[in-house]
Design a protein. Structure first.
Length: 211
């Protein structure tokens, strides 16, 4: 695939409007690919000029760019991910607090977030999630921040006994009530896969299987 610059891709994004993006690295499709944020009017969204910290970021592929726009306000986040090399993938996070006029570097999460990122979601300027897939390990890679992306911890969700690992997809929050949201997790064992929906009514503090 021909490489394109991140700025070229962001120009396309500016022309089509800003929204959350999700990549699916599993064989199943996930409803969590739906936009979980407010779509920005493309006529007011300038081309981002990200303050790159690493050379690889300049060559990021479109499928390695993830965007989350908070349901309220002018805060948005962009995550860049590199192409995997020897099983490793670089991951950096940027933030705008003024609707995209300027961006600041937040953090390199390469050593924190394990696996292939499927998407990011922020419900406000403090609380956000990075979801990923990590095939073959007894892990459910769902990471949460409560300080705007400065620190990230695994948000523990139990893997059912019948399954080996889980693939996480970014949560989708109600734009009218960001305390309410849905999270999709694909549980996998050697022979079967099961997509399970989890719901929250406390802003993602806790998740329970949808009945």
């Amino acid at each position: 695939m021909k490489r394109i610059s991140i700025i070229s891709f962001m120009l396309l994004l500016a022309l089509t409007g800003c929204q959350s993006t999700t990549n699916d690295h599993s064989s199943s499709n996930s409803d969590s690919a739906k936009d979980s944020s407010t779509t920005k009017d493309s006529s007011t969204w300038p081309i981002p000029k990200l303050p790159f910290q690493f050379d690889w970021e300049k060559h990021t592929q479109p499928e390695g760019v993830f965007l989350s726009t908070a349901a309220q306000g002018l805060t948005s986040w962009i995550m860049l991910t590199s192409e995997p090399a020897a099983g490793l993938m670089d991951k950096t996070l940027y933030k705008t607090s003024n609707g995209g006029k300027s961006w600041v570097y937040v953090k390199d999460v390469s050593l924190i977030v394990d696996g292939y990122v499927t998407g990011i979601a922020f419900r406000n300027d403090k609380n956000g999630w990075i979801a990923a897939t990590q095939h073959g390990e007894a892990l459910l890679p769902l990471y949460r921040t409560t300080d705007g992306g400065k620190t990230w911890l695994i948000q523990k969700i139990e893997i059912p006994a019948a399954y080996k690992y889980g693939n996480a997809y970014p949560p989708v929050f109600d734009p009218k009530n960001s305390s309410v949201g849905t999270l999709k997790i694909e549980f996998v064992n050697e022979s079967t896969k099961n997509m399970t929906s989890y719901i929250t009514s406390d802003g993602g503090q806790t998740w329970k299987p949808e009945e």
